[in-house]
Design a binder for this molecule. Structure first.
Ligand SMILES: Nc1nc2c(ncn2[C@@H]2O[C@H](COP(=O)(O)OP(=O)(O)OP(=O)(O)O)[C@@H](O)[C@H]2O)c(=O)[nH]1
Length: 423
């Protein structure tokens, strides 16, 4: 009897084992397929990343090989003398290579200055400076100087690109060597604009444009001469020096470009979340060290989903861009405005108390409310404000602003609310 009972029972067990084996096989096959897909995707990402790295290193190696060519030509030109321990050409090579390894702009320019071989007398009778052209603001900014008095350096630390406003502005505009000499007192025009007047004791101001290979101007090299009888550095040396500084400035602007790309939100042009977070952490450290007030405003576009749903994603994107522009216009340029999430923004207001931050937030709200938007006509935002306390972290501070923002939404939107009292 027991034998009859055992037979179907063992068949049942056999069948279950078979089903389990098939299920196991199927999941192994699926797992292998998943791994293959994952590998292909990450391989593709890796390939794209590698291509970008190769492109970057190509661009860098072009700069490096240009400098190596310069080193080689310098070595050939001055036929190394084997009896000397270090030839001038070798010394120059060393300077150029150390410039290549220098990431800091003023330090790189300081090192490059050695290539001019200024004599001790020339540094007595002359002062030197390098200004970098900021293409966005069309302004020349003094990046390095030697021998220029602080007051003069401050006066010329920024110069707008206006013809005649200053010798270096004219030089950058024309792309030519410009020299402005002190006129004898008798010939001086009384109505000459002050900016074109030379700084006290300066007899002549020579300005040389620093250009890229394509001819576009990156900045200027300036020599202020206190004694016209004293000769300028040799013109070949100046040409070599301008070439090296052009590479330094180009690399600097290239790296800055990459850096600012990594920090910018593509759609709105605002600081992205990663960089806004970094800035907030830095501001918190500063606030803790100097005991300065610090506040943040978190805001969000009201009913933003309905703009997307009614007019489409493109109009939604335009609304985001316009709100970014209006908000940026309502705050100081020193404040940080970042895109925090989809339609959420964070403003970091250093040295600002809660009360003042409420005023700023209200200005931002009004700027958006009173603007006319194409297609959807009007847009409003809700804002939450919080002030830093000594025990805050970046997260806890933003969280309080977020709670206030949530309350502003609940209270009917289009309003500013402050954090609840902090214990
Ligand atoms: N066009 C566009 N839409 C985005 C972007 N990022 C996020 N969004 C959309 O933003 C909408 C946010 O919707 P919700 O979180 O419901 O908020 P809301 O509609 O603004 O409602 P309230 O905040 O309560 O006033 C979602 O539909 C997202 O798809 C973007 O870059 N472009």
């Amino acid at each position: 009897m027991a034998e009859y009972l055992d037979q179907p029972f063992s068949m049942l067990i056999g069948l279950s084992v078979l089903v389990l084996a098939v299920a196991l096989l199927a999941s192994v096959v699926k797992l292998r397929a998943d791994i293959r897909t994952l590998r292909t995707t990450s391989n593709q990402q890796l390939k794209r990343l590698n291509a970008r790295v190769a492109q970057l290193s190509n661009e860098h190696s072009e700069v490096a090989s240009a400098l190596d060519d310069l080193c080689d030509s310098a070595s050939i030109a001055s036929a190394p003398d084997s009896s000397l321990a270090v030839t001038p050409a070798e010394q120059e090579n060393r300077i150029i290579k150390s410039i290549l390894n220098e990431g800091d702009l003023p330090k790189g320019l300081e090192k490059a200055f050695e290539l001019l071989h200024p004599s001790p007398e020339s540094t007595l009778w002359m002062a030197f400076g390098i200004s970098v052209l900021d293409q966005n603001t069309k302004t020349l900014k003094l990046a390095w100087h030697q021998g220029i008095k602080e007051a003069v350096a401050r006066q010329f630390s920024e110069a707008r690109l206006i013809h005649g406003s200053a010798p270096h502005a004219t030089s950058a505009l024309l792309g030519e060597h410009v020299v402005v000499r002190r006129e004898p007192a008798a010939q001086k025009h009384r109505d000459q604009p002050p900016a074109t007047r030379l700084p006290e004791a300066v007899q002549a101001w020579h300005s040389f444009p620093i250009k890229k290979v394509d001819g576009s101007v990156l900045g200027t090299f300036d020599i202020l001469s206190f004694n016209e009888g004293f000769p300028l550095p040799d013109s070949n040396r100046i040409a070599n020096y301008l070439f090296v500084t052009s590479i330094i400035l180009e690399r600097h602007s290239y790296l800055n470009g990459i850096l600012s790309q990594a920090r910018t939100d593509k759609l709105t042009g605002l600081t992205n979340r990663g960089f806004a977070e970094e800035s907030l952490v830095k501001e918190i450290e500063r606030s803790q060290r100097y005991r300065n007030p610090l506040s943040v405003v978190l805001f969000d576009i009201d009913h933003f989903k309905s703009f997307n749903d009614t007019y489409g994603h493109d109009v939604g994107d335009l609304v985001l861009q316009e709100v970014s522009r209006l908000s940026a216009g309502a705050i100081r340029s020193t404040d940080v405005l970042g895109r925090w999430g989809g339609e959420e923004f964070l403003v970091i207001l250093s040295e600002t108390t809660l009360d003042s931050a409420m005023v700023v937030a209200e200005n931002v709200r009004k700027a958006v409310e009173s603007a006319h938007f194409e297609v959807c006509r009007s847009v409003t935002i809700s804002l939450g404000v919080a002030e830093f306390t000594p025990h805050d972290t970046a997260q806890s501070l933003v969280k309080r602003a977020d709670e206030a923002l949530y309350k502003a939404k609940k209270a009917g939107r289009n309003r500013v609310l402050a954090q609840s009292k902090v214990a």
